[in-house]
Design a protein around this ligand. Structure first.
Ligand SMILES: Cc1ncc(COP(=O)(O)O)c(C=O)c1O
Length: 423
């Protein structure tokens, strides 16, 4: 183990500073530099990055437009915890492009953004429960981590507590199977009297919504007076400039953003109908109709300058055709390699995202994804890591960015083939 890795294991549980990865300790590396779609560790080893900071660096590492914006602002102050020119311009742009976000507020992460959406739904409906779809991740807040990787899934709509320390979820969270419009409609209708909102990833992890599923959830929410929350932390500004709302054509009541929006800098944003967002207005403090919201780093001028620069890059003509084309190229290439090796596996995903599932049965929800051979999946991910492809071996997604191109994907595919040969 190199010296910096042993320092990491001495200070961080599992040797990891910010969670996940689950790397065996002898594989831990420490990163020093990122440029485009590559990373270098402290020993100088180069990695092709197919995590891109869990998708937050969609513009690519150290994209010059973003670096310039950050450097310019850094010498003018990093945070005022207050209105600034960058946050104002960013909010206006999100409001322009996001039909759900009639009003918005900023925080510093996707976890906070989805948390505020849930709190607002509970407050303005006067109802206590939230429904999520099994296997969805909405950040590290309590609902986000419940029924995330259930190992003994209970009968719907009972949740499984994936994380210790979240007992309230047993009472306040309902769970439905993704892509099962009938089951979702039944659970929502039966629980409408105390169900405040439904939170969902429109593209759940890498599983696409079946035709009509999002529309059906939208309709049943409307019919039952339940608010629909889209967690667009991953899909926002990635599937299309207008995110999943534009890509799938369904508009929620509340929406959460993070990741790609920040151009690689810490950001979270949430928005909704004006009358819902009014609940966070400080003019209401002291009343029963006030929702607490405050974030020291929310909307800071560094992150929002970076975000405005990133959005400028995303608005360049051809951005989303490029990302979707390269995503299809990667998924086709992975499929070709798996077929050549005659493996029972498939590739799922949409836009610039892909996931390999070691099963040939149809994948449409959490339980069908779990039928895949997860031991092989983990061995493959670790094999890729060893071959210089940086990714989260616990996560299942491969993330592309604007800095990736076909030769880089081809290079990854060679290493993918080699890693498969070894398992
Ligand atoms: C769909 C989704 N929502 C929310 C989050 C949480 O975002 P953050 O890690 O910025 O808190 C994530 C993070 O991976 C995510 O994938």
């Amino acid at each position: 183990m190199e010296q910096s890795a042993s320092r990491a294991t001495a200070v961080f549980p599992a040797g990891i500073s910010n969670g996940e990865y689950g790397l065996p300790e002898d594989r831990i590396v420490v990163m020093e530099k990122g440029q485009g779609c590559r990373l270098w560790d402290t020993s100088g080893k180069e990695f092709l990055d197919f995590s891109m900071a869990w998708g937050s660096c969609l513009v690519g590492h150290a994209r010059p437009e973003v670096v310039d914006a950050v450097v310019t602002q850094a010498s003018m102050g990093s945070n005022f915890a207050y209105l600034n020119t960058h946050v104002l311009a960013l909010a206006e742009e999100i409001q322009r492009v996001s039909p759900a976000a009639e009003r918005l507020r900023f925080c510093a992460s996707g976890t906070e953004a989805t948390m505020y959406c849930q709190r607002l739904a509970r407050a303005c409906s006067g109802k206590p429960k939230i429904l999520k779809f099994e296997g969805a991740y909405h950040g590290a807040n309590e609902a986000g981590v419940t029924s995330l990787f259930p190992t003994k899934p209970a009968a719907y709509p009972a949740p499984e507590l994936t994380s210790a320390g979240t007992p309230a979820m047993a009472e306040y969270l309902l769970v439905a199977p993704y892509n099962d419009a009938e089951a979702a409609a039944r659970i929502i209708a039966e629980n409408a009297h105390d169900l405040a909102g439904v939170i969902m990833e429109p593209l759940q992890r890498c599983t696409k919504p079946m035709p009509g599923f999002l529309e059906a959830v939208r309709d049943v929410c409307t019919a039952n007076g339940v608010l629909l929350i889209f967690d667009e932390v991953v899909t926002g500004f990635r599937l299309a400039y207008g995110g999943a709302q534009e890509y799938y054509g369904v508009i929620p009541d509340l929406i959460a953003y993070g990741k790609a929006l920040g151009g690689g800098y810490p950001i979270g944003a949430f928005g909704g109908k004006a009358e819902i967002m009014e609940w966070v207005s400080e003019h209401r403090i002291g009343g029963d109709d006030y929702v607490w919201m405050a974030s020291t780093l929310g909307g800071n001028p560094i992150s929002t300058a970076a975000a405005n620069a990133a959005l400028g890059v995303f608005r360049e003509p051809g951005t989303y055709e490029y990302l979707r084309g390269l995503g299809a190229y990667m998924r086709d290439g992975l499929t070709r390699v798996l077929e050549t090796r005659q493996l029972n596996a498939q590739v799922i995903g949409d836009g610039p995202l892909a996931q390999v599932v070691f099963s040939t049965d149809p994948v449409f929800d959490y339980r069908s994804t779990q039928k895949g051979d997860s031991t092989k999946g983990r061995a493959l991910m670790l094999g890729l890591f060893e071959r210089g492809v940086f990714l989260n071996p616990m996560g299942t997604k491969l993330y592309l960015s604007l800095a990736h191109d076909e030769p880089v994907v081809d290079d990854m595919l060679d290493r993918f083939d080699d890693a498969l040969a070894a398992i």
